[in-house]
Design a protein around this ligand. Structure first.
Ligand SMILES: NC(=O)c1ccc[n+]([C@@H]2O[C@H](COP(=O)([O-])OP(=O)(O)OC[C@H]3O[C@@H](n4cnc5c(N)ncnc54)[C@H](O)[C@@H]3O)[C@@H](O)[C@H]2O)c1
Length: 460
């Protein structure tokens, strides 16, 4: 007979958010049964195996501890819906690729399919928690889909956006800056909100659990991502000016960040932001602005994405121009492909755009990454032998004309660059897209070094 649990929680969507979020709930609340369901059978099989489908520091340990006790991964979605009292929905909400709002608006088809499936299978009251990032007013639309016919009044929809950052997901979930719960301002809405507060209160201090109306909660998630992305684009514009003026972006960022009103985070210049969220969420915000007739506001936020695209193009142009305007048949070692360190996620990674541009210039690439090499191979392929995928960065650098650092993995700051320099073609170039190495030290070894936001150090 199954153990008795105080609560049965289901999450539909076993991706980068659903998997880690539910694993942490299961590990913090052994008295709850936590089930994670997905239509992707391979992904669920991986969650049930020794090789989890995603890499996050600390994730494997908590999954192994809770799996089979109070944490379960399944494709039996209908049964799981029936038994759950609280259902988180964490399916993907990508940018629409066709139809009205193509390239801007969020594609809510996965969300809507899930809502319909919940309605079809539920035979008792349920709290539905919107975990996916969605446009403002989505919860309202979902409630309409859920509450037709004989199921009226059976569901209460809450908004509980996820603020975790990939690479630090477990830390963020265990110790969040805040948990935001948006609920309808009705008795039943407040009651449902209180139930979700109780779940988080198992490990999150009460003062960090904040509540709001549903629309504010949905808007706060879009606004948070827009602000974070905007800081990256802002510092990158200043970095580009630094390169031309002799200023040093590290010194500028440090001075700017010491102002307590600004703060030091997200002020590292580089080749731009990636990941599945920032671009998609800003474009969704831009679409909302345009729909509301707020075109100035739309233009403002759209420029954050435009600057980010510019930053990647600019990096490639700088490489080409430094390497005598010809990349044809030169071997370039790409250090890092993931969109950020400590993840295997390459969605919207700047490396995708940059490697494609370099291939268009005729370069041969040796790509290395500690965790995302298979993902990179799936995205780029071998391009008729023009791309190699190599685990060992020393081997990737051998006989190359240049190294380009595209992800700030810690290891790239710690390699033996004397040895690497010795194995490369000369003149050897180093394009530090993430400012991870000691530029002066590399210059002294013999490299021509091109950091972001600082003048180049060259021997010419
Ligand atoms: N990745 C992040 O860092 C992050 C952070 C905060 C919020 N978010 C938001 O969370 C949501 C999920 O993001 P993610 O990165 O986990 O996406 P993901 O693509 O990794 O996972 C989504 C999962 O949902 C599954 N799915 C789709 N339709 C389904 C259905 N009808 N039934 C069951 N499963 C279904 C997919 O198979 C997939 O495994 C998105 O809205 C995203 O914007 C993501």
């Amino acid at each position: 007979m199954e153990r008795k649990f105080d609560k049965r929680i289901l999450c539909i969507g076993a991706g980068y958010v659903g998997g880690p979020t539910m694993s942490v709930i299961a590990s913090k609340c052994p008295h709850y049964k936590v089930t994670v369901a997905d239509i992707d059978t391979e992904k669920i099989a991986a969650w049930n195996s020794d090789k989890l489908p995603i890499y996050e520091p600390g994730l494997k340990e908590i999954v192994m501890e809770a799996r089979g006790k109070n944490l379960f991964f399944t494709t039996q979605i209908d049964e799981a819906i029936k038994e759950a009292e609280v259902i988180f929905v964490s399916v993907n909400t990508p940018t629409k690729t066709g139809g009205v709002g193509a390239g801007m608006a969020s594609d809510l088809r996965y969300w809507e399919n899930t809502a319909r499936r919940i309605r079809a299978n539920a035979d008792s009251p349920k709290i539905i928690v919107e975990k996916s990032t969605v446009p403002v007013k989505t919860a309202e639309a979902m409630e309409r889909i859920l509450s037709v016919g004989d199921k009226q009044g059976m569901f209460e929809v809450l908004s509980n956006p996820e603020f975790l950052a990939e690479g630090t997901a477990i830390k963020d979930l265990e110790n969040p800056d805040r948990v935001l719960i948006g609920a309808k301002e009705t008795d039943s809405g407040k009651k449902a909100g209180d139930i979700l507060v109780e779940i988080y209160a198992n490990w999150v201090p009460r003062e960090k659990i904040i509540t709001s109306n549903i629309w504010s909660s949905e808007m706060a998630k879009l606004a948070s991502n827009a602000f974070l992305a905007q800081r990256v684009s802002s510092i990158n514009t200043i970095a580009n000016l630094c390169e031309r003026s002799g200023a040093n972006i590290r010194e500028v960022s440090r001075a700017v960040g010491m102002d307590h009103r600004i703060g030091p985070y997200f002020l590292n210049a580089g080749i731009g932001f990636g990941g599945s969220c920032f671009k998609k969420d800003i474009l969704s915000l831009v679409y909302l602005c345009r729909e509301a007739g707020a075109n100035q506001e739309a233009d403002y936020w759209e420029s954050v994405v435009r600057i980010n695209e510019h930053q990647k193009n600019r990096f490639v142009r700088r490489m080409v121009s430094a390497m005598f305007n010809s990349m044809a048949e030169k071997r370039i070692a790409i250090f890092g492909f993931a969109f950020k360190p400590d993840t295997c996620d390459i969605r919207e990674a700047p490396a995708i755009t940059i490697t494609r541009r370099l291939l268009a210039e005729g370069a041969n690439l040796a790509i290395t990454d500690p965790k995302a090499l298979e993902e990179a191979r799936r995205a780029i392929g071998d391009q008729d032998g023009h791309v190699e995928y190599i685990d060992d960065p020393y081997k990737a650098a051998e006989k190359s004309h240049a190294i380009a650092v595209l992800t700030e993995w810690k290891i790239y700051g710690e390699l033996d660059y004397k040895r690497i320099y010795g194995s490369m073609e000369k003149p050897a170039f180093f394009f530090d897209g993430r400012n991870v190495v000691d530029h002066k030290a590399l210059f002294d070894i013999g490299f021509n070094v091109y950091p972001v936001g600082m003048p180049a150090l060259t021997h010419f």
